[in-house]
Ligand binder design. Sequence first.
Ligand SMILES: Nc1nc2c(ncn2[C@@H]2O[C@H](COP(=O)(O)OP(=O)(O)OP(=O)(O)O)[C@@H](O)[C@H]2O)c(=O)[nH]1
Ligand SMILES: [Mg+2]
Length: 355
Amino acid sequence: MQEQSTGKQQGLGLLSSSLRRNDAGGDDDIARLGVPGWILVYKLKMGSILRDWQGFHQFPAATQSKLVELFAKLKEQGVNKMTILVMGKGGVGKSSTVNSLLGERAVNVSSFQSESFRPVMVSRDRAGFTLNIIDTPGLVEGGYVNYQALELIKRFLLNKTINVLLYVDRLDAYRVDDLDKQIISAITDSFGKEIWNKSLLVLTHAQLCPPDDLSYDVFCARRSEAVLKTIRMGAQIRKRDFEVVHNDVKCTSISMDSAIPVGLVENSGRCNKNENDEKILPNGDAWIPSMVKEIVGIATNGKKSLLVDEKLVNGSESNDRGKIFIPLILGVQWLLVKWIQREIKKDIVKGGKYI
Ligand SMILES: Nc1nc2c(ncn2[C@@H]2O[C@H](COP(=O)(O)OP(=O)(O)OP(=O)(O)O)[C@@H](O)[C@H]2O)c(=O)[nH]1
Ligand SMILES: [Mg+2]
């Protein structure tokens, strides 16, 4: 029967396979959407499909009402669309965080080596508000920064505006090393220093029992400080520029005087819950609404969102800076050549005299 399918059915088949590739939600949703095929084609061409945010209704009522309030705040400021970019090393919980924030299994999560090498944008609509989240492949391959992945991400982002970057790492890691700094440098070289004005440090695996008799809050603060310092150094941001507190945003989970707020995340299904059925951290904080609050704070912090244009994709900021010196270098080279030619001529004249 399948072999006899009409062109229209084949078209939908193609669409559903694209959907499966882009979004782990499954193709049942296409039927549920009830939208004309051409709209689906258009939206797929734009890099994702805009769906009704089904996962929103899966959140506990207490979380839903907090999120409604936060989105209303955005709408008050004329913001009805937000695009979040998620980046970090492999296996730190990027995809799981995307799913947790959406309340649905939108992107693939893998316990072992990931098979997703491409960025994926998931778009959800709720009451006229569009939320785009872009999940990306890990930025480390075989112990080195994966510049190829970064290049792919950049190209995927062409003509998109990023309102918030979630830089993801794990809370339950005890060290930062040179590779962490290199990742930050690579992100900064690709997107410019300004991207850190729109970023939130997300630390996953936050349901932990700290070692060495440290309290949970002290442990979180120390780990955050270590990663934030690495970001500051990797992005070459001056200390005093980094220590500015957002006017209206205060990190709810960790009290830090940093320009980059920190959000703690526990993606595991075994995460503890409060009496309202909300997922909570060991400090009692319901982390999903807290994190969305931070995200909204960053989106409206008055700093410019990042438009990824041709210029950014085809030449990094740092390369542009280097280009200023090209005429100078050419000039010096020209003078050097002229000087050598003059010296050679002098030598020839001198040589002629002695013959
Ligand atoms: N306990 C716990 N496990 C987590 C958490 N976040 C992610 N995991 C697990 O860690 C593994 C990797 O998670 P992913 O979300 O696929 O990580 P990723 O960063 O997207 O990985 P790549 O796509 O390979 O870069 C999976 O087995 C997740 O279930 C968390 O907060 N707590
Ligand atoms: Mg992933």
